[in-house]
Design a protein around this ligand. Structure first.
Ligand SMILES: [Zn+2]
Length: 403
């Protein structure tokens, strides 16, 4: 029943649009929150979220219900458009830039406008106003979404070069899986962590190293233990390594790292939702959404202690896979869960077996790529009521800043 309510409200939001035009974002509320959490589910369309809710309903014995996720339980939500400067279907670079910097750019570009001029992200803007900044992701630090918050480059593949902006950013905390092109694109440059450390940061691999080596007040780049001295480009595209620190644990570490320092801004990306959706891997994608939602719960616990001063906003950069929940028939979660158990929670199926499983379970996927489908926005806390109706991804920055 709760899922039905979720969609009814979504539908009302769509109907309201035609009356309200471009969303109700014009009025300036009382500035910005002291504690800001921005979550980006990479590739996370409305259907992906609804699928995770439906899966949880199934595992809770509630055959047709939903709304077990923290994000779908929040009081305010709306829809987001995501087209880029040169395409109706964006990539993570242009969408990340739109969310972080408030401007449309071409697919493939990071932190620059469509003419290639550098633009300032919300992270830099808040940092100048003495906010402490944390940039957190389940994928490499120099993947598109995190770089949109700290780097400026017309080419998202300039991964090594973009990392050189970590030390100059001065941001207090970075956490991610590791680095793409650890020794440069041609494997002929100095290890990127050495270069970052020279710039005044401590780079650590795993929680033990963090505990042993990071001094209070030190700026830090946290990486997964398994990525030490490795390029993380092809790092676990589907599923998760057992020893990995989760997104929620990384956010907890970020909060611990800041200690009593305030105000703060955290960007947390669920980056592998996109990767699993590219492969049309239903159960691994559900697991990535649950991991993402657990991190949202960490922020929500913080919000409950500081409800008047905290803003949590959750959105996505684009939809991946053209997913449908049911395809002619209703979804057979039993079949999907049975296979997932049989595979010991690993993504073992060949592409053909996976296609067949999706077909039999009535999960539709129309593409292995991105779509231009509208995206969800969920919000709670100080100023959260503004995040309703139809929004464009370029509005998120200004809305968080209370402009
Ligand atoms: Zn993608």
């Amino acid at each position: 029943m709760k899922l039905v309510r979720f969609f009814n409200v979504l539908l009302s939001a769509v109907v309201l649009l035609s009356v309200n035009g471009c969303g109700s974002t014009s009025e300036n509320e009382a500035g910005k929150a002291k504690y800001i959490f921005l979550f980006i589910g990479d590739g996370m369309g409305i259907t992906q979220v609804a699928a995770a809710d439906s899966y949880l309903a199934y595992t809770n014995g509630d055959q047709l219900g939903g709304q077990y996720l923290t994000m779908t339980s929040l009081p305010h939500f709306g829809l987001l458009t995501s087209y880029s400067a040169n395409s109706r279907v964006t990539d993570s670079a242009a969408a990340g830039t739109a969310i972080a910097c408030g401007v449309k750019t071409n697919n493939g570009s990071i932190g620059v406008d469509a003419e290639g001029n550098p633009v300032k992200s919300i992270a830099y803007q808040l940092h100048e106003e003495d906010y402490n900044v944390g940039i957190i992701t389940t994928v490499p630090h120099n993947h598109a979404t995190p770089t949109a918050f700290y780097a400026n480059n017309v080419n998202r593949d300039a991964c090594y070069e973009m990392c050189l902006q970590i030390p100059t950013s001065g941001f207090e905390f970075y956490a991610g899986s590791g680095f793409i092109d650890y020794r440069g694109r041609h494997n002929d440059l100095r290890p990127i962590d050495e270069v970052i450390e020279e710039g005044g940061y401590k780079v650590v691999y795993g929680l033990n190293e963090y505990d042993a080596e990071v001094k209070a007040g030190e700026k830090v780049v946290f990486c997964q233990e398994s990525n030490k001295e490795e390029s993380a480009g092809n790092y676990v595209s589907e599923g998760k390594l057992a020893e990995d620190v989760t997104l929620g644990q990384m956010l907890e570490l970020g909060l611990k790292h800041l200690g009593t320092k305030e105000p703060f801004f955290f960007m947390c990306e669920g980056g592998k939702i996109d990767w699993t959706a590219h492969g049309n891997r239903t159960m691994p994608m559900i697991m990535d959404i649950l991991e993402f939602d657990n991190a949202i719960s960490v922020a929500y616990e913080f919000y409950k202690k500081h409800p008047k001063e905290t803003l949590i906003v959750i959105t996505a950069d684009h939809e991946t896979g053209g997913m449908s929940l049911g395809s002619g028939r209703e979804v057979d979660w039993g079949l999907l869960v049975e296979q997932w158990e049989r595979d010991n929670h690993k993504n073992n199926l060949s592409n053909e077996e996976n296609r067949d499983l999706n077909r039999r379970a009535s999960i539709g996927w129309t593409t292995g790529s991105h779509t231009g489908a509208p995206l969800p926005v969920f919000a709670v806390g100080a100023g959260a009521e503004k995040f309703t109706g139809l929004m464009d991804n370029t509005q998120i920055k200004g809305m968080i800043l209370g402009e």
